[in-house]
Design a protein around this ligand. Structure first.
Ligand code: URA
Length: 431
């Protein structure tokens, strides 16, 4: 078999066989196929696509490129959740402890921030001592002990995706349904969960800019899951505006704590209740939405969900005394953004807020950049809240002096209207 023949075949819009797909995934992972040939092939896939059968073969070949975690020794249905990436997206850190406190096993592999989207691993690492890089034995031990563990992607899990994703990032080949589907699903399927909930973000702050694109991606991922005998469901959620009231790292952990104590932002908690309900139904802990909501409410009110979060942090080496101190988050500099008139606030263009957060130091421009855990944004007001002229709408924070010109960028992320606007967070649910 020859890589040039495979490129030629895809260039002529022909479907590739399982053997051909395995050949190029294996060859590239083992450095037998050079970057220039692989990027030519990726570009033909972006342009000419792949059918669902090819995409399933690609997902399997990538999944089999490294070690897979086998969770069959752990009792019960193991659930996982994946977000396609958002701004202020701390959902897993609230959702995981809630479903684990309800009795489900939350076995999660998370990533670092990518561009303007924050990463769960970065947020967790803002906690002194927290270790995401557990081996399989430690991961399973904690799942058995506490029903919850969160790990980062190690080098031996789906190495094909690590290499291919890095090449896609620099060769204009990220935006492709079969490539995104296989990238996400190969990672999700390699960690051995039985049920997966996909949070497909939609809007200006997401890969998928409109509902039809988002639904199409969700459908492809659900179908791949079905082919590989997993219960995969999806929610399409609004990423026109950030999630919750904090964007950053330490400040998002503080919001997680408040949310688990029952003081979460209303819209954010709507998403948490919806996702937790689906996961609890997938885990067969409850039969319907009503039972799920009752149980979720109970674990929040009783403190069980918050205690489960502390258990997760402590299990993985994090300092739980420190994060509960009121002076844990202490940014040195701040810049307040005020309302230019009175009315109802509407937040939009969350991508700009994500980029401003990166400029403040909360994310990376290059892989080697070091995150400033104090940096971030606090939304004092959110969509459809009434604001008065000159009232503080949001505050930017950093350990370094803040460029005043950032306020001009931030002003593109909101409008103040005479009436509230339609504002849905969950746009669709699919299975
Ligand atoms: N997230 C991934 O992990 N892979 C993609 O291709 C896109 C988003």
């Amino acid at each position: 078999m020859n890589i040039l023949e495979i490129i030629e075949k895809k260039k002529n819009k022909e479907a590739l066989s399982q053997k051909e797909i395995e050949f190029f995934v294996d060859g590239y992972t083992k450095n037998k196929i050079p970057d220039y040939q692989m990027s030519a092939l990726l570009m033909t896939i972006v342009i000419n696509g792949m059918n669902d059968v090819e995409t399933a073969y690609l997902t399997e070949a990538m999944m089999n490129s490294g070690k897979k975690i086998n969770l069959s020794s752990i009792k019960g249905i193991k659930v996982d959740k994946h977000s396609t990436g958002g701004v202020g997206d701390k959902v897993s850190l609230v959702l995981g402890p809630i479903v684990a406190a309800c009795g489900a096993v939350f076995a999660k592999m998370s990533g670092r921030g990518l561009g303007y989207t924050g990463g769960t691993i970065d947020k967790l690492e803002s906690i002194e001592g927290f270790n995401c890089f557990l081996n399989e034995q430690q991961f399973k031990f904690l799942l058995k002990k506490s029903n919850i563990a969160i790990i980062g992607q190690t080098d031996n899990l789906v190495p094909a995706d690590k290499k291919i994703y890095a090449l896609r990032d620099v060769s204009g080949t990220v935006n492709s349904l079969p490539l995104i589907t296989s990238s996400i699903m190969s990672k999700k399927l390699s960690t051995g969960s039985d049920a997966i909930l996909l949070d497909v973000k939609c809007g200006s702050g997401a890969f998928m800019k409109n509902i039809n694109e988002a639904k199409q991606l969700a459908r492809w991922m659900i179908n791949i899951g079905k082919k590989l005998k997993k219960d995969v469901r999806a929610e399409i959620t609004n990423m026109e505006q950030p999630l919750g009231r904090m964007i950053g790292n330490k400040n998002e952990i503080i919001e997680v704590i408040e949310s688990l104590k029952g003081n979460g932002d209303k819209k954010f908690m709507e998403l948490i209740y919806s996702s937790a309900t689906t996961l609890l139904i997938q885990a067969k802990i409850v039969k319907n939405e009503k039972e799920a909501c009752k149980l979720i409410e109970e674990v929040i009110k009783s403190g069980k969900a918050f205690n489960k979060f502390l258990e997760l942090i402590e299990n993985q080496g994090g300092n739980i005394e420190l994060i509960q101190k009121t002076n844990w988050w202490k940014p040195k500099y701040k810049l307040e953004i005020n309302a230019t008139k009175s009315g109802y606030l509407y937040l939009k263009n969350s991508v700009i807020l994500g980029l401003v957060a990166v400029k403040l130091g909360a994310g990376r421009n290059k892989k080697e950049d070091i995150i400033d855990n104090e940096a971030g944004i606090e939304l004092k007001k959110v969509t459809n809240e009434k604001v008065q002229k000159n009232e503080i709408l949001m505050v930017l924070y950093s350990s370094k002096p803040i460029d005043k010109n950032l306020s001009n960028e931030v002003k593109k992320t909101f409008e103040i209207n005479q009436k509230p606007k339609n504002n849905k967070i969950i746009l669709a649910k699919m299975e």
